[in-house]
Ligand binder design. Structure first.
Ligand code: PLP
Length: 281
C-alpha cells in the first residue's frame, strides 16, 4: 500500500509528526474522491472544493492543482485501485503547538491514500433508517475541515439507535446528515437545503441536481422543516461512494410507503449509468 506524502509516493509508514496541526487542532482540509472502474469521479469538482476550503481557512495548497491531480492518478494506478476512495488531506503543517498560524517557513503537509471499497448495493436497494438529531456544528459547515467531532457524535448516536445515518436540524430546519446531504421528494418535486454556510456542498448533491434537470425533475434548493421531512413521499441521502441511498424510516417512522420510492430509483438509475462503466477521469 503506497501513499502520497507531500510530493512523493512512498510506502505507507508513520510519517505524521505529533505536532502536525491537523493532529492537534484539526487545522486542515480534506476531500474524499470516489474511484469507479479505476477512474476518479468528478475530480475537477473535488479539486475546486479543496481549493475553496483551503482559501477559506487561509491555507495555501503547496502543490499546483494539476500536479496534485497527476499524483492522485499515479496513486490509483500504483495501488491497482478499481473500486474505492482516495482520502486526501492538507494540514497547516508541523510547528510548536501554538494557536496562531506558524510563520511562512512552515509548509502545509499533504497526505493521500486509497482504500478499496465496493458500492453499497444492498443499502441502495433496500434503503436505510435514520434518526433526527440537533445540528450542533459551527457556522462554517461549507468548509470541508478536519473538525468532525459533532459529525462523529451524531453518527455514533445513529448507530447506537440501530440507524445508518443521523439527519441534523437547526431548530426546526433540516440541514444535512452527519456525512451526507439530504433530499426529500414531495409531489414529484425535490427539496434540499441551499448550499450556504449551514451545509457542505456535496459533489454528489451537485451531480444529483444536474441529473434531475436532465430528467425534468424540479429541484428546489430551499429549506424545509423536520415535519415536512417526516411527511415527505421519499427521502434520500447523497455522498461520495454511498452515491444515492434511500431513507425509508426516520425516527422509526416510515417515509411514504416505507420502501425506496420511484423518483429516487429514477435518479439512482441515471447515476448508475454514469459510473458503469466509469466515464470520468
Ligand atoms: N455533508 C457532509 C457533512 C459530509 O461529510 C459529506 C461527505 O462525506 C457530504 C455532505 C457529501 O459530500 P460529497 O457528495 O462531496 O461526498
Amino acid at each position: 500500500n503506497k501513499i502520497l506524502f507531500n510530493d512523493r509516493i512512498i510506502e505507507r509508514e508513520n510519517v505524521i509528526d505529533i505536532e502536525d496541526r491537523g493532529y492537534q487542532f484539526g487545522d486542515g482540509v480534506y476531500e474524499v474522491i470516489g474511484v469507479y472502474g479505476g477512474k476518479m469521479f468528478m475530480l475537477d469538482e473535488h479539486m475546486e472544493r479543496l481549493k475553496r476550503s483551503a482559501d477559506e481557512i487561509q491555507l495555501k495548497i503547496p502543490l499546483i492543482i494539476n500536479d496534485l491531480k497527476n499524483k492522485l492518478r499515479e496513486l490509483v494506478l500504483i495501488n491497482n485501485l478499481e473500486e474505492g476512495i482516495i482520502y486526501l488531506q492538507i494540514t497547516r503543517g508541523v510547528a510548536p503547538r501554538w494557536h496562531t498560524f506558524p510563520d511562512e517557513t512552515v509548509s502545509p503537509v499533504t497526505i493521500a491514500y486509497v482504500r478499496s471499497l465496493k458500492r453499497m448495493t444492498d443499502l441502495e436497494k433496500n434503503g436505510v433508517s435514520a434518526i433526527l438529531t440537533e445540528d450542533i456544528r459551527w457556522l462554517r459547515c461549507d468548509i470541508k475541515t478536519l473538525n468532525l467531532l459533532p459529525n462523529v457524535l451524531s453518527k455514533q448516536k445513529a448507530v447506537e439507535n440501530s440507524a445508518f445515518e443521523a439527519i441534523m436540524h437547526r431548530k426546526n430546519i433540516v440541514t444535512e446528515a452527519s456525512s451526507s446531504n439530504v433530499f426529500i421528494v414531495k409531489n414529484e418535486e425535490l427539496f434540499t437545503h441551499p448550499a450556504n454556510n449551514f451545509i457542505l456542498n456535496g459533489i454528489t448533491r451537485k451531480k444529483v441536481i444536474q441529473l434531475c434537470e436532465e430528467l425534468n425533475l424540479k429541484v428546489n434548493e430551499e429549506t424545509f422543516t423536520v415535519d415536512t421531512l417526516l411527511q415527505a413521499d421519499e427521502v434520500f441521502i447523497t455522498a461520495t461512494k454511498l452515491d444515492i441511498i434511500p431513507v425509508v424510516k426516520v425516527n422509526n417512522q416510515p417515509i411514504g410507503t416505507g420502501k425506496p420510492g420511484n423518483v429516487t430509483k429514477k435518479i439512482l438509475h441515471k447515476f448508475q449509468s454514469l459510473i458503469q462503466p466509469a466515464t470520468q477521469t
